[in-house]
Design a protein around this ligand. Structure first.
Ligand SMILES: Nc1ncnc2c1ncn2[C@@H]1O[C@H](COP(=O)(O)OP(=O)(O)OP(=O)(O)O)[C@@H](O)[C@H]1O
Ligand SMILES: O=c1ccn([C@@H]2O[C@H](COP(=O)(O)O)[C@@H](O)[C@H]2O)c(=O)[nH]1
Length: 272
């Protein structure tokens, strides 16, 4: 049995992983009982030992294992976690369309990219003793269950981390909007967007060194200022259904757990 979440074991079957994970006592109190964690796809390609060398493409299995261990650490606190993964490390529809592809076809490629990332994350989580299910918005019976809302909730109640693949299943959207949509469907308390910046800034911090980070922002401000850390559809949806969003840096060890426990890191967006 693997009782150390940070130590991978190649021999833990999903069934024994489930028994082990459910027997772990919670260490701290989570702020929400259920969250939707949105993971940057681009982060799956990053080389954590040489972060200055990014951006990368493809899958960095060491990094994915590290991200999984961060999720495991938050999971041990006792929060139910659904995950939506992006595919910025594989394909972004908008970029492929700029290069001449038909946008809808490019978007479907992007959604398939999220399935690849979801399967990689599932494997890394189960190697670390956490039971999981991948549910896909595009039918793919051989590799993932279809997304069925009530079934997803049941998996979460049983202590499984549910990885929601293929975005919304529709082109012309992004995984940010998928995260907002699924958060509402599964009644998550918050969308936690783990990305490659420390929060939301007044301007893109990758382009402007003097950009200033907000600790808290209203949805109205995000929309009015057209802050592009997340797409406007996702902000509008979360505003409408009053789902808070926390944007924070995935590259800092312990951040997912900190956010889950209510520590004030990154930027909190809500109907203030
Ligand atoms: N006002 C802003 N504050 C913070 N980041 C911003 C802002 N405007 C633009 N950005 C950019 O938003 C990016 C994060 O969003 P992005 O959509 O690229 O990634 P993601 O959704 O986390 O993951 P994926 O790689 O899966 O698409 C940052 O890298 C940053 O450069
Ligand atoms: O509902 C969705 C979700 C995603 N897509 C396409 O996939 C890529 C990758 O997602 P990111 O959020 O950019 O990481 C996205 O660019 C879209 O092309 C989609 O069409 N519908």
């Amino acid at each position: 049995m693997n009782d150390d979440a940070s130590r991978p074991t190649s021999f833990t079957s999903p069934e024994s992983a489930e028994a082990t994970a459910l027997s772990e006592p919670p260490l701290e109190r989570p702020r929400w009982s259920r969250v939707l964690l949105k993971l940057s796809g681009e982060a799956f390609a990053a080389d954590l030992e040489h972060p200055e060398e990014g951006p990368h493409v493809g899958l960095n299995y060491r990094t994915i294992h590290t991200i999984a261990s961060e999720i495991v650490s938050a999971y041990r606190v006792g929060v139910e976690i659904a995950v939506v993964v992006g595919a910025g490390n594989i394909v972004r529809g908008e970029r492929a369309a700029e290069a001449g592809m038909e946008r809808a076809a490019a978007d479907y490629m992007g959604m398939l990219g999220t399935v690849i990332n979801s399967m990689a994350l599932q494997d890394a989580l189960e190697k670390q003793g956490v039971p999981t299910r991948v549910m896909s918005a595009i039918a793919m019976a051989e590799v993932a269950e279809p997304f069925i809302r009530r079934r997803a909730i049941r998996h979460l109640e049983k202590g499984r981390v549910v990885v929601l693949a293929a975005g919304t299943g529709n082109p012309f959207f992004t995984t940010d909007t998928a995260a907002a949509l699924r958060a509402n469907e599964i009644r998550a308390g918050a969308v936690l967007k783990a990305t490659n910046v420390d929060g939301i800034y007044d301007r893109d911090p990758h382009k402007f060194q003097d950009a200033v980070r907000y600790e808290q922002l209203s949805f109205d401000e995000c929309i009015a200022k057209n802050l592009r850390v997340m797409d406007q559809t996702a902000f509008t949806f979360c505003k409408e259904y009053d789902i808070p969003i926390v944007v924070f840096n995935i590259a800092r060890p312990g951040n997912i757990r900190r956010v889950v426990c209510g520590e004030k890191i990154g930027t909190l967006v809500g109907n203030f």
